[in-house]
Design a protein around this ligand. Structure first.
Ligand code: KG4
Ligand code: ZN
Length: 338
């Protein structure tokens, strides 16, 4: 098989999506099947780990067969199996890891472990070739990080959240104003029609820090809502959403722009579920319009958890010779810099 025809079958089960994808040559998506469990977790207001694991068990074989069928390939044609090793919920990760191990063992295929956040970053390579050095702003339900990459597969975390992740703050604020889980998209929609009239804090931290903090902002939103209700005052949810979103976006965009300049990067990549946020996408586009580096933002379907991104990152690791033994385990706190 020629170099660019290598087929990566990737599996992602780190949280509440059971996903399998087949990607050719590292960038061409042949199939990208995602079975979401959101409906099952909604009534609990968040992801329940045991429920997630059970769903993954029920879905994994169906999703796997669907991905092969949609791609029009057989398992015999697959070059390597990539799987999310971590971070994530351990019981959820294990379902994907075990499915990947079974496939690799039964069909004598190389097994390639992938870091979930590397996957989010490599979602960008499915639409645009990477140019190094680059900076990635990773904003998801569990992570908020600025990651510097000098080459493929090399990650240096130059800033990260000291408390809540951006997506987590979105979800908690949404819950405060009785919006369904996951709250991010709902806040985003409300923010579009609201006005940022409520004064909320921005956590800049030390002047030269690229770290983030969202728990103070989250508490400020909760206090604002409680105080208003005690006084019998009405707060328009859309204005609250717009004010909260303005605070999050201002800090994210400002720190990203400053880091891009200091590190002299060629590209800035947006990654993670919160990358789907319309306000954030627009603010970054505006900020980087005249910058001398290129801004890359993945299409919406590649922002939230999927397996095509794991295949994209897995392809690079495969080419670099990274392999896992059949003793591979899910690692909930896997470090991207290791
Ligand atoms: O990356 P992801 O799918 O899962 C993790 O790896 O965490 O991210 C999920 C997070 C959730 O917190 C969700 O509320 C948030 O991404 N999210 C958004 C939007 N779409 C998803 N947050 C803000 N605006 C959005 N449009
Ligand atoms: Zn994710």
């Amino acid at each position: 098989m020629s170099e660019n025809n290598e087929l990566i079958l990737a599996i992602e089960t780190s949280c509440d999506e059971t996903a399998v994808a087949i990607v050719k040559g590292g960038t061409e998506i042949l199939s990208n099947v995602v079975a979401s469990q959101i409906e099952s977790h909604k009534r609990f207001g968040g992801v329940v780990p045991e429920v997630a694991s059970r769903h993954h068990v029920e879905q994994i074989t169906i999703v796997l067969e669907e991905a092969l069928e949609q791609a029009g390939v057989t398992i015999e044609e697959i070059t390597a199996v990539a799987v999310t090793e971590g971070p994530g919920l351990v019981g959820a990760l294990l379902i994907g890891v075990n499915a990947a191990k079974a496939l690799a063992f039964a069909h004598n295929l190389p097994l390639v472990p992938v870091h979930h956040i590397a996957g989010h970053i490599y979602a960008n390579r499915l639409v645009k070739e990477m140019e190094f050095p680059l900076l990635s702003l990773v904003v998801s339900g569990g992570h908020t990080e600025l990651i510097y990459m000098k080459e493929h597969g090399s990650y240096e975390v130059i800033g990260e959240t000291r408390d809540d992740a951006a997506g987590e703050a979105y979800d908690k604020v949404a819950r405060t104003i009785n919006l369904p889980y996951p709250g991010g998209p709902h806040i985003d929609r409300l923010a579009e029609v609201g006005e940022a009239t409520i004064d909320l804090p921005r956590a800049w931290l030390e002047p030269d820090s690229y770290d983030f903090s969202f728990s103070g902002l989250k508490s400020a939103v909760i206090n604002t809502v409680h105080n208003a209700s005690q006084r019998g005052q009405e707060i328009r949810p859309e204005d609250l959403a717009a004010s909260f979103q303005a605070s999050v976006i201002e800090v994210l965009v400002e720190k990203t722009a400053r880091a891009a300049k200091e590190y002299g990067v060629k590209q800035v990549l947006l990654a993670g579920g919160v990358a789907a946020n319309k306000g954030l996408r627009k603010a970054l586009e505006e900020r980087f319009k005249d910058a001398n580096c290129e801004l890359v933002i993945p299409p919406l379907f590649l922002c939230t958890d999927n397996a095509a991104m794991i295949a994209a990152a897995g392809y690079i690791e495969y080419k670099k010779g990274k392999r896992a033994e059949l003793t591979l385990n899910g690692v909930p706190g896997l470090d991207i810099e290791a």
